[in-house]
Design a binder for this molecule. Structure first.
Ligand code: COA
Length: 262
């Protein structure tokens, strides 16, 4: 029996069953691009899961063809047009970075931008053989977020991180596993994530929380500092000509032209 939990966004589906909260992105016509409402719903789901003793584990997933195409490109334009406004993603990133219980991700299809960087905050990531991971921040005239400038080199090493962040290289599921970005490639990531989540839900919850907190303790202060710096740099970049050109080009499905920028 899966109890639906009210979600402030129609594109984020939340159920709780036997101690496992499953949070599913559901905006297939936009490839599960994340808008402000979805960030709010995801953050609220994690806050609820943190506080509710009946939730032992959270599974984060998307659709069968796309995990998420990342931040809604239209939201980048909105932030630029509202000086002083912050990124809607910030509210989710704060919850993700401090989430105290086990977090399991099941990925099929594309995981782009924050679709990949949010996985760095998950304890287990299972991906379908056709999953693809890409961090096109520089392609968009932007910079990394979600603490990925710290967490990605830690996860995959500085050489691979440079290929992913500076060149925008794409990783398929096998390469992502070999690089250490994900836990395993499995035929049915949602079923596998559900099985791991059930195992975790039956384990001693206090010991799980203490172990997760200890594993993250050494990098926590650095992560907060890096996320604050990334947030400032990202919002500043959104108003620069390079990002205006790159984001417009992406939205208009044409190649960007950076020749006029020094
Ligand atoms: N923000 C807003 N809309 C998006 C989107 C995003 N991040 N990703 C996809 N969409 C929309 C497309 O504009 C399109 O809308 P339309 O039908 O109204 O034209 C629809 O979703 C389908 O996307 P499309 O590009 O036609 O699908 P595809 O299968 O050819 O390609 C992707 C899929 C994910 C590779 C491609 O959509 C893409 O590159 N998206 C942008 C990713 C990105 O740069 N994200 C920001 C990271 S910081």
């Amino acid at each position: 029996m899966h109890d639906p939990v009210p979600s402030p966004s129609p594109h984020v589906r939340i159920t709780v069953d036997a101690g496992v909260m499953t949070v599913r992105l559901d905006r297939p016509d936009k490839k599960n691009a994340l808008d402000g409402g979805m960030y709010g719903a995801l953050a609220a789901a994690l806050a609820h899961a943190s506080a509710d003793a009946a939730v032992r584990v959270v599974v984060l997933t998307g659709g069968p063809e796309t995990f998420t195409s990342g931040n809604d490109l239209g939201e980048f334009v909105k932030v630029r047009e509202q000086p002083g406004g912050g990124l809607a993603a910030g509210v989710l990133l704060r919850e993700l970075a401090g989430f105290p219980k086990p977090l399991v991700a099941a990925v099929a299809g594309w995981a782009i931008g924050i679709g990949t960087t949010m996985l760095l905050h998950c304890d287990f990531v299972y991906a379908a053989p056709g999953a693809r991971f890409k961090l096109p921040f520089v392609d968009l005239g932007l910079c990394p977020e979600a603490g990925s400038s710290l967490l990605l080199p830690l996860a995959v090493g500085p050489r691979r991180a440079a290929e992913l962040l500076l060149l925008g290289d794409e990783l398929d599921a096998t390469a992502a596993r070999d690089a250490g970005l994900i836990s395993a490639v499995v035929v049915d990531p949602q079923a596998h994530a559900a099985q791991i989540a059930a195992t975790l839900a039956a384990r001693a919850p206090g010991a799980l929380r203490a172990t997760k907190a200890l594993m993250r303790k050494a990098s926590r202060a650095a992560l907060d500092e890096v996320m604050a710096a990334e947030g400032e740099a990202f919002v500043a970049a959104l108003s620069r000509g390079e990002a205006i050109e790159a984001v417009s080009a992406k939205m208009m499905k044409r190649p960007p032209d950076f020749r006029r920028f020094a």
